[in-house]
Write a protein that binds this ligand. Structure first.
Ligand SMILES: C[S@@+](CC[C@H](N)C(=O)[O-])C[C@H]1O[C@@H](n2cnc3c(N)ncnc32)[C@H](O)[C@@H]1O
Length: 512
């Protein structure tokens, strides 16, 4: 699709601007252009063009699957009901998409190719805002978006028995889970979403000739449909968007789930341990409110304390990727509902967000990726609260997997045991030396990680000297004692200074 549309139209589409793609595909008769116009841009295409684009399925087949409707009639068809506009109050308004003439077809849904390294999938969802050309219905079923791919990228892809996708929507995370889980339970509060997920999983199973995991779709609120069950992996891109309640603002199931503040994400943190088996991992995205006078780490410390009080204490690795003030947040989400900046509706929403945050004294809203792990052994839990705004590895899952293992190893081993390992610098680590021109010694040495979270660590003389010899041959203890001898320092002082730094480098994957 990207190749057919060209770089400019493709990039514009990623910014939700359809015009360049509409111009590129106007009047085109090749299959790719016809299908993009129909299923991505929401335009009608001639019946004959669709027949040529789908030579095996045919137009009748597409109608029978509920993917398109022909001619003037727009019955409630499709894997789910047709897309309609939604008024600001959330009630369905009449469909304002024009009914096509009898020799044209219109899509009932968005349908697009998607995949991972080893699979090609088709994913149906509701037509997007750019195709519908107006506000979305309150039970809109979201297609694959930036948040979906972020979570998919960060997910640890170990082979697992049972996996849960909570709030599956069109089923995109569940599709990814088919690559490494034996049984997948996918839940959603929306029956329309479950219908799409069922359709997409059925298409994937058909393409896999029936091979693949068992999938089980269930309707219900948060963990209620899976209470008393256990999973090795839980993933969720939950409706985490903080939205003012009770001010006549639209409610979007896919976006805010109808809750106030950050209570939904907080509830997930508190409850998810109850469905994790020992060693099990839960990963989800979230927003969190940071009130004036507090840091996001303090907020999370309180959430994790609450989590440990309510159930079995979990390891936690939270990476804050972004932080916005109330106005930035309001601008982002007031626009997302389809209201145009400058319109009365937009100003009303913007003000409602500011009021809502103001009422709770919120100064910042954090966004990030949360990874929780139920310890497999009886040991104290570890918490890592990192802030990383820059680019990270893609996919990030392998680095999260390695980070979980490293942090767990550190929690289970003493400083003495750490020193008895012959660590080596990971292959993606480089060293930068900064100094005045002509100076013999650098004033600053920075050790930088190429992958993972892209860590940059300022190294003092001792750490830099150790890293220079950390090639997996000498244990850290032997190497550091040698450094102490060369620099004529007390070995015990050297160990005491470097051990905490070693722990951080091992946790972050710079030492392996
Ligand atoms: C942001 S969408 C995520 C869709 C998909 N998993 C993805 O990664 O793109 C959130 C989904 O959670 C569902 N949802 C909302 N409230 C829920 C609740 N209380 N319990 C379970 N699912 C809920 C919505 O219907 C929606 O499908």
């Amino acid at each position: 699709m990207a190749e057919r549309l060209g770089a400019v139209a493709s990039a514009a589409l990623h910014r939700e601007q359809p015009l360049p793609a509409l111009r590129v595909t106007e009047g085109a008769t090749d299959a790719c252009a016809v299908l993009v116009r129909l299923f991505t841009l929401g335009r009608s295409v001639p019946v004959a063009a669709l027949a040529a684009a789908l030579p095996t399925l045919g137009v009748d087949g597409a109608v029978a699957l509920g993917l398109v409707v022909v001619g003037a009639a727009l019955p409630d068809a499709g894997p789910t009901a047709r897309t309609r506009g939604a008024s600001a109050g959330g009630a369905d308004a009449e469909d304002d998409r024009w009914a096509p003439p009898g020799d044209e077809v219109l899509a009932t849904c968005d349908l697009r190719p998607y995949g991972d390294d080893a699979h090609d999938w088709w994913v149906a969802s509701d037509l997007s805002e750019l195709a519908v050309g107006g506000p979305l219905r309150h039970d809109h079923v979201l297609g694959i978006g930036g948040a979906s791919t972020t979570l998919a990228s960060w997910t640890v892809r170990r082979p697992v028995g049972r996996a849960l996708d909570l709030g599956t929507g069109c089923g995109v995370q569940a599709l990814h889970l088919t690559a490494h889980a034996q049984t997948i339970v996918a839940t959603d509060i929306s029956r329309r979403a479950l219908a799409y997920a069922a359709f997409n999983l059925a298409l994937a199973a058909h393409d896999a000739h029936g091979a693949g995991p068992t999938t089980d779709l269930r309707s219900g609120d948060l963990l209620e449909p899976v209470a008393q069950e256990r999973f090795s992996l839980v993933v969720s891109n939950p409706p985490f968007v903080i939205t003012p309640r009770g001010q006549g603002l639209p409610l979007y199931e896919y976006r805010d789930g109808g809750r106030a503040g950050d209570t939904l994400v907080r509830a997930l943190v508190r409850q998810v341990g109850s469905v994790l088996e020992p060693g099990g991992v839960a990963q989800f995205l979230g927003n969190w409110e940071v009130p004036a006078g507090r840091s996001w780490r303090e907020v999370w410390a309180e959430w994790l304390e609450e989590q440990a009080r309510d159930g079995v204490a979990l390891d936690a690795w939270v990476v804050q990727r972004e932080s916005q003030d109330p106005a930035e947040y309001a601008e982002l989400w007031a626009r997302d509902g389809g209201a145009q900046p400058g319109s009365d509706a937009h100003s009303r929403m913007y003000a409602a967000w500011l009021d809502d945050f103001g009422a709770r004294g919120v100064e910042q809203v954090g966004f990030g990726v949360v990874t929780l792990q139920r310890p497999a052994t009886d040991r104290p839990v570890w918490h890592a609260l990192d802030e990383v705004h820059g680019p990270v590895a893609a996919p990030m899952g392998p680095a999260v997997d390695a980070g979980l293992r490293a942090r767990t190893w550190l929690a289970e081993h003493s400083d003495d045991e750490l020193l008895d390992v012959a660590w080596s610098c990971a292959p993606d680590v480089t060293e930068e030396r900064h100094g005045r021109p002509g100076a013999e010694d650098p004033t600053v040495i920075v050790v930088r990680q190429g992958g993972g979270l892209g860590r940059a660590v300022r190294a003092g003389t001792l750490l830099a000297a150790y890293l220079g010899v950390a090639d997996g041959e000498l244990t850290a203890r032997v190497a550091l004692e040698a450094v102490a001898t060369v620099l004529e320092l007390n070995p015990a002082d050297v160990l005491a200074e470097v051990v905490p730094q070693l722990r951080e480098l091992v946790a972050d994957g710079l030492l392996v």
